[in-house]
Design a binder for this molecule. Structure first.
Ligand SMILES: [Zn+2]
Length: 269
């Protein structure tokens, strides 16, 4: 549905122009989903609840990590293999400019993944089961795309190959950003989302030229952020957490806000 895609891109860019009044681990994904659900239109909320009914939940937070969980489900092995590359994008240019043939060959990256599943979600000619699956992917991938290391430009597998010491244990930078740093806050996803929501409406980053692909811009933002989050050396200390946790939390809030707008548009008709 190209016309839906075009109108959504225009609408999303409009939103971005207006100052707004391992993915992450399960904690981060649930926070993004919950922040988004608080800002659904009544129409979108009703459609989300209808699509989620077979999952026996009304909460987007409950399905936000499904796209990662299928990795460990033998029955979903084919779907995992088909979608595993859609959780991230590796920028090959240090300037973080998104060029699809280079950075998203054959549509195998998070930018194309979001685009595809938003179209399926918004297409009422698709069976509900397909649209539910699309909803689960959209909720997850928009979260992932805002994790800075899911849009990295270094040749280190999004920080997975950058070893660090954190809380006296060996791990890697990607894992610290997926979940390690968020966990230091000591809250479950619901009270954590409450706390972030209480900070008020998030001001979204200004559009980056050429303004024609909001999903690409969100990945480019992650890429730019990712360049500044490598520690000096390989030790993650409290000073690092004090500096970078607010960056991670801002990305969660931006993801939640944008996810709400995407769902409101896709489910508005
Ligand atoms: Zn993921």
């Amino acid at each position: 549905m190209p016309s839906l895609r075009r109108s959504m891109t225009v609408a999303l860019l409009g939103l971005a122009l207006t100052p707004a009044v391992q993915a992450w681990g399960a904690l981060g994904h649930s926070i993004v989903a919950d922040l988004a659900q608080r800002h659904l239109s009544p129409t979108a909320e009703a459609e989300v609840e209808r699509l989620l009914a077979p999952e026996h939940t009304k909460s987007l937070a409950d399905i936000a990590s499904w796209a990662d969980e299928i990795r460990n489900d033998p029955a979903q092995n084919a779907l995992w293999k088909q979608t595993r590359a859609l959780h991230y994008v590796d920028f090959t240019a240090g300037d973080c400019s998104y060029t699809p043939p280079r950075d998203c060959k054959d549509g195998q990256c998070v930018v194309a993944g979001i685009d595809h599943y938003v179209q399926v979600l918004g297409d009422k000619t698709q069976p509900d089961a397909k649209r539910l699956e699309a909803l689960k992917f959209v909720v997850h991938f928009i979260g992932d795309e805002h994790q800075p290391l899911h849009g990295g430009s270094r040749d280190d597998k999004g920080g997975n190959a950058y070893q660090v010491q954190f809380n006296d244990k060996g791990t890697n930078l990607h894992s610290v950003w997926d979940s390690g740093m968020l966990k230091t806050h000591g809250l479950e996803w619901k009270p954590y989302a409450d706390e972030l929501e209480a900070r008020g409406p998030v001001t979204l980053p200004a559009p980056i030229p050429p303004f024609d692909n909001a999903y690409a811009q969100w990945a480019e933002e992650s890429c730019v952020v990712s360049r500044d989050i490598y520690p000096n050396g390989h030790n993650i200390d409290q000073a690092y957490v004090d500096k970078e946790l607010p960056v991670a939390e801002l990305r969660l809030r931006e993801a939640g806000r944008r996810l709400a707008e995407v769902l409101n548009l896709a489910l508005s008709r």
